[in-house]
Ligand binder design. Structure first.
Ligand SMILES: [Zn+2]
Length: 311
């Protein structure tokens, strides 16, 4: 029986394209006669990679999502991993524009149906889940509008949010009109910020973009952490991913963020590329010196601010 006093454990940030089961990826690559990129093999064996190497590995997996069945399998991989680590749900970032328009490798209808079936599989496993549309920051606001043009006319009810990801190459003030449009359509707004770009991006995402949730936020200064705390803006923190892709940020600011009152919670980010699960992320947080109370706070925040648990 679940103890009602313990909040559900939620994976607060995981990507569809970065969550593939490595066994499935190997099998699919072999079936298609494709060689695995060295960057992917390196990530699987726990070696840090430059961001370009990570992107290469990410794109290799994304290219395999060219059918309804493959998308369903991708969701199921996330669901199984969440379930196996004791989780009760996940907020899933997904990039339909990239797969449907940019790569032209799957129809929007097949993409949505694959997601729908995968989410139904997740529900059968007792999990709650929702989808956050992920736009590529460095492709710029026109790409953001194009993503909205593609998805808003017939948006499935499981899509709850809109986010930017990729390289933090475009100022958030330029993204503001895209965010406004997504917000007007009923979507919540998040942004990857302060990960591969400057810490000041976090402040700009909030003040210029009106973002209500930050992914990573690592490089922000204390004044920005205080702003996040004051505005009760949730921050998704992914220790394994940060260790692999932002190794220069050391020590990890998570303990400092929590001390300053930031509503941090844990996510796995790209566990199909950088092997991890909710258990390993919690252990990584403990290794940063967090006590039981702080770890419980992470879990509590994880549930309270999870979009998959909100209407
Ligand atoms: Zn991410």
């Amino acid at each position: 029986m679940n103890d009602p006093s313990i909040p559900p454990l939620i994976d607060r940030h995981t990507h569809l394209e970065g969550g593939l089961d490595p066994v499935w990826v190997r099998r699919e690559a072999e079936r298609r006669g494709l060689g695995l990129p060295a960057s992917l093999e390196a990530l699987w064996s726990g070696q840090a990679q430059p961001f370009e190497g990570f992107i290469e590995a990410f794109l290799f997996g994304a290219a395999l999502l060219d059918s309804r069945e493959a998308v369903r399998e991708a969701v199921l991989a996330v669901a199984r991993r969440t379930k196996a680590s004791g989780g009760s749900g996940f907020d899933l970032w997904a990039s339909p524009h990239f797969l449907v328009v940019h790569r032209g490798q799957i129809s929007l209808d097949a993409f949505w149906r694959g997601l729908e079936e995968g989410l139904a599989d997740a529900e059968t496993l007792g999990l709650r889940a929702c989808v956050v549309l992920d736009a590529v920051n460095h492709f710029g606001p026109l790409h953001g509008h194009s993503l909205l043009n593609l998805t808003l006319p017939d948006l499935p009810p499981f899509v709850k949010g809109f986010s930017t990801g990729g390289l933090e190459g475009c100022p958030f003030r330029d993204w503001a009109p895209v965010f406004d449009r997504a917000r007007a359509a009923g979507l919540r707004i998040a942004a990857h910020a302060g990960e591969n770009g400057a810490g000041s991006n976090v402040r700009e995402a909030i003040l210029d973009g009106g973002v209500v949730r930050i992914v990573h936020g690592l490089r922000a200064d204390d004044a920005t952490f205080e702003l996040l705390a004051e505005r009760r803006i949730p921050v998704d923190v992914c220790p394994s991913s940060n260790h692999a892709l932002a190794a220069d940020v050391h020590p990890h600011p998570l303990p400092r963020m929590l001390r300053l009152g930031v509503r941090c919670a844990l996510g796995t980010d790209d566990p199909g590329l950088i092997p991890c699960d909710l258990g390993s992320e919690s252990r990584a947080a403990a290794m940063m010196g967090l006590d039981e109370l702080a770890l419980a706070r992470l879990r509590q925040n994880g549930a309270e601010d999870a979009w998959c648990l909100q209407d």
